[in-house]
Write a protein that binds this ligand. Sequence first.
Ligand code: NIG
Ligand code: FE
Length: 419
Amino acid sequence: MLLIKNIKKLVQVEENPCRWIAGKNMAQLNCIDNAFLLVDDGKIVDFGKSKDLNIKTVDVDKITVVDAVERMVFPSFCDSHTHLVYAGSREIEYIDKIRGLSYAEIAKRGGGILNSAKLLHNTDEDELLEQSLKRINEIASYGTGAVEIKSGYGLSTEDEIKMLKVIKRLQKMTSLTIKSTFLGAHAVPQQYIGKREKYIDLIINEMIPQIADEKLADFIDVFCDKGFFTVEETKKILIAGAKYGLQAKIHANELAASGGIQIGVECGALSVDHLECTGDDEINCLLGSKTMPTLLPGAAFFLGMNYPPARKMIEAGLPVALASDYNPGSSPSGDMKFILSLACIKLKMLPEEAINATTINSAYAMNLSETHGNIARGKTANIFITKPVPTCEFLPYAYTTKLVDTVILNGEIIKFTVD
Ligand code: NIG
Ligand code: FE
């Protein structure tokens, strides 16, 4: 049993279970000042005002006590969209970008996703695991407690399965909660250019059945955008995935108003992600649906592209989730605290809205809102203690200061080794 006492502010406590927070409610953050938090068997069992802590009810000898000495406790970030299993890095393209080439132009020249596919093909599973584990430990130290990871740099049955097996091994090796997404339709591989329907057949008839059979993925994703996969192709792939129980989470409307949002909603996607090119039609389509609009401001920041209209979405009554998109091409960072800052500075979200978007709403976007995303009795004890901070708003404000002090996952204090 773990007791955290003298908490200056216990942030985002939930009394009544909710799946997500939408519209104007996103600006509300339930907090308790001068609080305690009690954890047992990896779960949050109780919390409240320090003065209401009745320590006699528990066996004092069996408790590890952490004195927060006036620091705050937050629920861990939930990062519902990453590609953090990848080989090597792509800083050469970064230079091309600085010189003025666009993301689409780099992709057309065989750079981009296809470049990562080549690097991944030439990296064995153990090496890929080692590289990815470093990124997992890095994001855990930044306060992330649950993460979704996609395949999509394999683009052949063998290499897609290699990626998904690495994700499975990561699940067993780390304390973070990990969800896995099959993204075979990330790009058409070189050898299928000019016969893309053959690649789609391969995804549908070979990859999906095998991946489902080996239980290697929770979700299915398609990069539904201009120059990648069309709405019709996306629908075909999502229907095939649904037959095998893979719920959709798709990349949509990053490069153009591609119809991706509409097809995502039609196919019952859990989330539609990116959404830089979103207008009224798309917002109306999302209203009343169960699909979480997920924004990835790290990608727009890194690529120097337009940001999605977060304010418009929230003011229309939608929920919004935020994720890092950690990947080698468009967002080589999994720092969710920086995502909070970008959301405030670039998307004009209030700190409270951004905190809700990186926790409970992003937990929903990976089907984890029953167990993660806020401080609630019975939920997984994935939390972090901050360094001394004056307010919660200080987190996004101090945008490069390391403010996560102690990370607790499944009720255990995590010790990080520096390499
Ligand atoms: O989410 N948009 C598609 N996929 C990734 C980028 C992948 C890459 O460039 O390697 C993204 O931004
Ligand atoms: Fe992505």
